[in-house]
Design a protein around this ligand. Structure first.
Ligand SMILES: [Zn+2]
Length: 612
């Protein structure tokens, strides 16, 4: 674990322009540096790097981040590796928090990895002497070469075969690794028996578990390792380690449901496939995949179960989607899995099917319209009500706008009206066209009785506050920022941002805050707000004044809507006090600017050790 304070300090010492320029030659353009975007193909530069905000942003595909983010996204480094490299360049040493038990835990997982690797070798060796398993694999059209590449093995029949590799068969670590089961009366036996074994690797190529496919009859047909200290099915994807470079080359990843699908696709030349391990796609899965590539194709059976699984994948992908990232859905003809499909029709047919995969936006609206046919007023209202929470999950502003427009077409409502409905439908007391609003007319108190849900502001005000806070995070400690509980992405981001900046210790910078939110559902909003903040006007006093003005307008509006302002006493001082504080703050900043403290270094960044 790397302490957050260190990340913040590191980002004040690093120059993102220098870091990016090592990989992508930059040209000066006004206050910024520009280049053709390394994350999407283009002829005219829309990739911009800001030396003042220490942040890059592409106006074409929406890619954005800090120097750390750039090394991760562009150079494919892990977070710790990116931090390590930047720290080395800046002459800093990365401190690590070793929490109680960390060392023991690390040693334990190292041990488990070793046990699992030994088991994988053993199973692989057993495959040669298992004609029934070899017949099964050959029947599936696999060559020995592919079987070797995926490390496929065989677990023989018998209860304690692993005792051959592990003389201390009673070692509790074997149980912790998920290899051995301790039954009633303490009798221990191998978890996997009479199964073709598919080792599961983590992103560093270490064996962390197994999937076992029964040969012949027997239940269950597929058996995976249990959750262990090194294996979690909600985080891991089968085949990802082997597919990494193919995914980058293909510019996409295909997500299937079984390990045989992954292996069969690779056998037929589709090497960019991975599989979930007996679970629906989780947000962690989606995030992992979108780190590697812009296009994720979810491939499912066309039957009811397949559509249900696809819907789960869609729900879990929404919060991690950024503009420029595409999720596509491919439904195979009824009863066919990718293994059957590619074996019978070949690679070209599979590629053609992928080319016709349905974009997430289309699948989302088609499915919602099928559930709530917009053929009556009630149906249209139900459609909007069902779409509302899903649209609220989307952090990608362009995609959200497109979906709103399409939803407007479907429901026959003009976008302006729809926008209002999507923000407050079901939240206000009676009188809204949503079914929930009507239910409230029976005299029960509305679901959210307070003024908060009714307080609505143009999104530009929330964005203005987000921008001010991003440029000067310390303002959160001195000014009464609201924490709105509306469910628009911007309101949610403002709430999270205020909480983070108000509570964070140490020195906060724009890049530091951005890095803290990297990979969260707020990252896209922060990126798009920051991208539109003009570098030449980054004057501390001007920002503080603008933020203060925005807050005044916010609280005035809140008061008009019947709210006491500021909204809650625990997060903000009384209004009069806060006004005095604001003035004080602005004056203090003005004074600071006129007489720079000695500690300031020439580039205007805080001096060494300022964070500690
Ligand atoms: Zn781009």
């Amino acid at each position: 674990m790397i302490p957050n304070d260190f990340i913040q300090t590191l980002l004040t010492r690093v120059d993102i322009v220098e870091v990016v320029d090592r990989y992508v030659p930059l040209k000066k353009a006004g206050a910024n540096y520009v280049a053709c975007c390394p994350f999407h193909s283009e002829k005219t530069p829309s990739f911009s790097v800001s030396p003042t905000k220490q942040f890059y942003h592409c106006f074409g595909c929406g890619a954005h981040g800090t120097a750390i983010g750039f090394l991760m996204e562009h150079a494919g480094k892990t977070f710790p590796d990116a931090v390590e490299e930047l720290a080395r360049d800046s002459g800093l040493e990365v401190p690590r928090i070793e929490r109680a038990g960390d060392k023991e835990r690390r040693e334990e997982t190292d041990d488990l990895n070793e046990l699992l690797l030994a088991a994988a070798k053993f199973y692989r060796g057993c495959l040669k002497d298992a004609p029934q398993a070899i017949d099964y694999l050959k029947g599936r059209g696999l060559t020995g070469e592919i079987a070797a590449r995926f490390g496929i093995g065989y677990a023989r029949e018998g209860w304690q075969n692993l005792a051959e590799v592990f003389p201390n068969y009673n070692d509790v670590a074997l149980e912790a690794a998920g290899l051995v089961i301790s039954g009633d009366g303490g009798k221990r036996y191998d978890r996997f028996r009479e199964r073709v074994m598919f080792p599961i690797h983590d992103t560093r190529g270490r064996v962390i578990g197994f999937g076992g496919r029964v040969v012949g009859a027997g239940e269950p047909k597929y058996l995976n390792s249990p959750e262990t200290p090194v294996f979690s099915k909600g985080r891991e994807l089968y085949g990802l380690y082997l597919a990494r470079s193919a995914i980058r080359d293909a510019g996409k990843v295909v997500v299937v449901e079984g390990y045989m699908d992954v292996v069969a696709l690779a056998q037929h030349g589709v090497e960019c496939a991975v599989a979930t391990l007996g679970t629906a796609t989780t947000p962690v899965h989606a995030q992992k995949l979108f780190r590697l590539t812009d296009t994720v194709v979810f491939c499912f059976d066309g039957d009811a179960a397949g559509r249900k699984a696809a819907w789960r994948a869609l729900e879990n992908t929404l919060p991690v989607l950024a503009d420029g990232k595409n999720a596509l859905f491919l439904f195979l003809p009824d009863g066919e899995d990718p293994d059957d499909f590619v074996r019978q029709r070949g690679k070209a047919a599979f590629e053609r099917a992928i080319a016709k995969a349905v974009p997430l936006s289309e699948f989302l609206l088609a499915e919602l319209a099928a559930r709530h046919p917009p053929t009556s007023s009630e149906g249209r209202a139900a459609l909007v009500a069902a779409a509302r929470p899903m649209l609220g999950e989307i952090a990608a502003p362009v995609l959200a706008a497109i979906l709103r427009r399409r939803l407007g077409e479907l429901s026959g409502l003009p976008e302006s009206e729809l926008r209002d409905l999507l923000q407050v439908a079901g939240e206000t007391a009676g009188g809204t066209p949503s079914p929930r609003g009507r239910l409230n007319n029976d005299g029960r108190a509305p679901r959210t009785g307070g003024f908060r849900a009714q307080v609505r502001r143009p999104p530009s005000l929330a964005r203005q506050l987000i921008r001010g806070l991003l440029l000067q995070p310390a303002l959160a400690k001195s000014l009464p920022f609201p924490r709105p509980d509306e469910r628009t992405p911007e309101a949610a981001t403002l709430t999270a941002l205020v909480a983070f900046c108000a509570e964070a210790g140490g020195l906060l910078t724009t890049a530091g805050v951005l890095q803290a939110f990297a990979g969260t559902s707020h990252a896209a909003v922060l990126g798009s707000v920051l991208a539109t903040a003009e570098d030449q006007h980054l004057d501390d006093v001007a920002i503080a004044a603008e933020v203060k003005d925005g807050l005044d307008r916010w609280w005035q509006q809140a008061r008009r809507d019947g709210a006491p302002a500021p909204m809650s006493a625990d997060t903000a001082p009384a209004e009069e006090t806060s006004r005095v504080q604001q003035l004080d703050y602005v004056r203090r900043r003005e004074a600071e600017r006129n007489t720079p403290p000695i500690a300031d270094v020439s580039d205007g960044r805080p001096a060494e050790g300022a964070a500690s």
